[in-house]
Each structure stands twice: as structure tokens, then as C-alpha cells.
Design a protein around this ligand. Sequence first.
Ligand code: GDP
Length: 296
Amino acid sequence: MFDTLSDRLSGIFDKITGRGALSEKDVSEALREVRRALLEADVALEVVRAFTEKVRERAVGAEVVRSVKPGQMVVKIVHDQLVEMLGEEASEINLHAAPPVAIMMVGLQGSGKTTSTAKIAKRLSEREKKKVLMASLDTRRPAAQEQLKVLGEQIGVATLPIIEGQGPVDIAKRAQNAARLGGYDVVMLDTAGRTHIDEPLMIEMEEVKRASNPHEILLVADALTGQDAVNVARSFNERCAVTGIVLTRIDGDGRGGAALSMRAVTGKPIKLIGTGEKIDAIEAFHPSRIADRILG
Ligand code: GDP
């Protein structure tokens, strides 16, 4: 995902790291190139601006030009600023609430929402020994409820029995009742998507949220869609205050802009990343590891 950006940055830093002295002009020139590389990687303009401004402040404050290894110092400042932009600490799903803990999954159609629901359910049941119930609230796409049921059978996680004709709010309530009665720790609500954001979708999300009072609202966004993914996240966050982001298709050859902008634009942490089609292909998001990868 970050290969092109990584190549660009190492090209920029190669020019300055070997040198014993750097002028302020050298630092400014390098930062201008960093800015260009980030914009080409599809990072949101506002994020790039804030990023380069902070790096500049730190670089000047740290008296880079007078230090012994000024180039390395600039790289370290960029690294630290990247980590800050990505959200510092890895933050996993929060289950600190009375069971059954409701996790509501939201996002556009095709973003990987249903797959991510199953991936997270499997992760929670295997790694944390949680008893998980999944329910599909997608009554629009005919095969959606069936898709989750099949995934549940594959991974050995229970799904709420399908009742034809029931609406999303009623399914959510039934899922929570079933979870309570069945002694489940977690109930995952896989909501309906659309090809784009529209008012009926947002109203439906608000109704489901009101009815189920979820402890986590995870937005699933496709990293390959770059700036669009960030705009989608902004809209969902404004309407239903998401608690975290699951960024899918990190394994694809996108430019990385979504991953780099998401946290800064929404203020919400990327909690997990989807790294492939397989049901195990999900990982915690570690900002420092991503920064290391980008800076080689
Ligand atoms: P939904 O419409 O948002 O529920 O999307 P789906 O869960 O049905 O996923 C759409 C497609 O994306 C499926 O073919 C998934 O296998 C694929 N997919 C989901 N997450 C990832 C990921 O992290 N990496 C890759 N390569 N494919 C993914």
C-alpha cells in the first residue's frame, strides 16, 4: 500500500541524511518535497498542511541545522509526526461494558463490512474467548443476510435466525434479546450499506443506533478509495458518532492517503486493518509500525 510513498520519501531523505551540515534552505526544500509526496499519495490537503507545519516547527526548534547528523534528525521528526498523525497508540475494540456488548458495523456497500464483521467475530471468539452472536440488518440486498449466515457457519460463530420481512430496528432488538437470553458476550450488528451516502441510509443508521445503544460503532472504509473513503468517514462520523474505523484492503496497491488522513480528519482511531480476503486477514493497527514501513 505505501510502496510509492515510501520510495519517494527515501529518495528525499537520501539526499540529506549523508550530509554533515544542512542549511535552513535545505530543510525547507526537503519539506516541500515531503509535502508534494504526501499530496501525491492522496493524503487530504488539510492534513498535509498541518503535518508539514508541525514538522517545520519541530525542525527549527530542534536546531537541526546545527546538529551533528541533521538529516537523521529530520527523518526522526517526520517519523514521530507520522505516528502522531496516525493516532499514537494502537487501540483495540472496547468491550468494557455489561454483556452483551453491542458492536454496530456501518459503511458503504462493498467496503468489506460483512467480511469485517465475520473477521472481528472470529477474532473475538478465538483470541478473547468471547461468545459472539452476529446479525445482519441488511434487508435491502437480498443475499446479505444469507452471506453472513454462511460466513458464520464457516467460522463457527452463531448468527441470528433470519425472519423474512422484519426491518432493521426490529432485527437489532431481536438480536440483543437473543444475545441476552443466550448468554452471549458480544452481539455484532451488520447494518445495510448503499453505493453512496444518502439521507435514508443515515436515518436508518440513527434509528438502529437509538434502538441498540451500541458500545462501539465501527466504520468500515475501503483504503483503495482514498479521499472518498475519508469523506465517507467524515459523513458517517457527523451523523452517528463512530467510535473507530476498520480500514480494509490495506493489502491492495492504493496510495495510502486514506490510511494517513483518516485519524486526523475524523478524530477517531483506526482500530483494525483488513489485509486480505481470507477471514483471518485482519490485524490491529499499529501507528509506529506503519510509520516504520513508510520510512523504510
Ligand atoms: P460489504 O458490501 O461492505 O458487506 O462488503 P463485503 O464484506 O461483501 O466485501 C466485498 C469484497 O471485498 C469481498 O469480495 C471481500 O472478500 C473483499 N474484502 C473485504 N475486506 C478485504 C480486505 O481487507 N482485503 C481484500 N483484498 N479484500 C477484502
